[in-house]
Design a binder for this molecule. Structure first.
Ligand code: ZN
Length: 409
């Protein structure tokens, strides 16, 4: 048995060598066609040599000579992973959808034909390119206010004004982050443009930077910083200083507020259509201390009040002018005259002008200059959206109306 096996093995090797010599020898200049039907040549052609991941390439197999009818070409790829997909999985024509790759990867697409128990192959190579991630730009943020260090404390709001623009992705939210990176407060903002937020949580005490961060839908962000001193004692000191400078009666240094925290604001019938405008101006102050209630002119009181006077049939150099009458330490009456220019202003400017004049009655008869053009007592920016009351002034209002008239700050 052993001898016989070796003999037949040798004869097979000889047969194969002779077969190879016939087909691939260097002597003949024209290749000998493969014998028919013992061999088939399969040529695979592709619509592209490279393709982006996830894209399709058109694949075609040509068999020479024609195989018997009913012969089927089946398709496979090497390496098998990551797997693309052939659709349909068999046939002379198909499409191949390239798999996801992390770097450019070359695959062999292989057509297989089975005829009479023998299998014939044809191949073609294709390189799959990963999708280049488009460059991602974060949103941008810039601040208009505050531009200098702010003293803040319990019960105050720090209004932050600025504008944002969108980067590569939709906007999601504005965050304020403490110096220790803890989130203090957030607001949903999905539209670019100007923003206004009122921060009420200042986190840890002391002097520090807060980050104002605009975050997009995939959590890319840009941030800018503001400086604050979160210190209740310092805040009260500054508020007292403000009252000494702008509110106290000359001579004895005592404060001059209304002697009540329920102050009627009386609107004339001729301006009834602006009720909501008056309400918005009152709300500006009531946000810090609830003080003001709107009433129609039919309301009568012998007590303290603020009265709005309709002078809108008159032109003046002013939008509005305010007078107040008071005793030694108590405001008794405030009169806000509205002129034609007020009527000509857009609604937001009407509110802002009223808030400004209400401030003259409630807090200080004079213009306040030290807080710049953003302070409600000195706005003249023509838009309530841009009118703010700094925390020190808020605290001054609270102190003024939680202490009796003549209190010495
Ligand atoms: Zn003024």
């Amino acid at each position: 048995m052993k001898k016989l096996s070796i003999a037949s093995f040798i004869s097979i090797i000889i047969a194969i060598i002779s077969g190879c010599g016939g087909g691939g020898g260097g002597i003949n200049t024209t290749p000998t066609p493969p014998p028919t039907p013992s061999g088939y040549t399969i040529t695979v052609s592709l619509s592209n040599n490279t393709v982006q991941e996830g894209n399709e390439v058109y694949v075609k197999a040509r068999v020479s000579p024609d195989p018997p009818s009913g012969s089927v070409i089946t398709w496979s790829q090497e390496p098998a992973s990551p797997a693309g997909s052939f659709n349909p999985p068999s046939g002379f024509q198909t499409t191949w959808t390239a798999p996801k790759v992390s770097s450019p990867t070359t695959f062999t697409l292989k057509a297989s034909l089975s005829v009479g128990g023998a299998i014939y192959f044809g191949v073609a190579s294709i390189t799959v390119q990963p999708q280049q991630a488009p460059p991602q730009n974060p949103p941008t943020i810039s601040l208009d206010y505050p531009t200098s260090e702010q003293v803040v404390g319990t019960g105050t709001l720090l209004t932050i004004l600025g504008s944002i623009s969108q980067g590569s992705n939709p906007l999601k939210e504005l965050q304020v982050v403490d110096s220790d990176n803890s989130l203090l407060q957030k607001w949903t903002i999905t539209q670019p443009g100007d923003f206004r937020i009122d921060l009420s949580n200042f986190g840890s005490k002391g002097e520090k930077s807060l980050k104002i961060r605009m975050v997009d839908s995939i959590n890319l962000y840009s941030e800018t910083q503001i400086q604050v001193i979160n210190d209740d004692y310092l805040l009260e000191e500054k508020a007292r200083e403000f009252l000494r400078k702008y509110n106290v009666a000359p001579g004895d240094g005592g404060t001059v507020p209304f002697a009540t925290t329920d102050i009627p604001v009386i609107v004339p019938d001729s301006l009834k259509q602006y009720w909501q405008t008056f309400q918005s101006a009152c709300d500006f102050w009531n946000k810090y201390v609830p003080l003001l209630h709107l009433y129609p002119v039919s309301y009568t009181t012998n007590d303290y009040f603020i009265k709005v006077l309709d002078e809108t049939n008159q032109s003046s150099n002013y939008v509005a002018v305010t007078f107040r009458t008071y005793g030694i330490h108590t405001v008794a009456e405030g009169y806000i005259h509205l002129y034609k220019d007020w009527l000509d202003e857009p609604d937001s400017a009407k509110i802002e002008a009223l808030a400004h004049e209400l401030g003259h009655v409630l807090l200080t008869p004079s213009e306040v200059t030290e807080y710049g053009s953003y302070m409600v007592m000195w706005p003249f920016v023509g838009d309530i959206q841009w009118t703010i009351l700094p925390p020190i002034v808020q605290k001054a209002v609270r102190l003024l109306y939680s202490n009796p008239p003549a209190w010495t700050p």
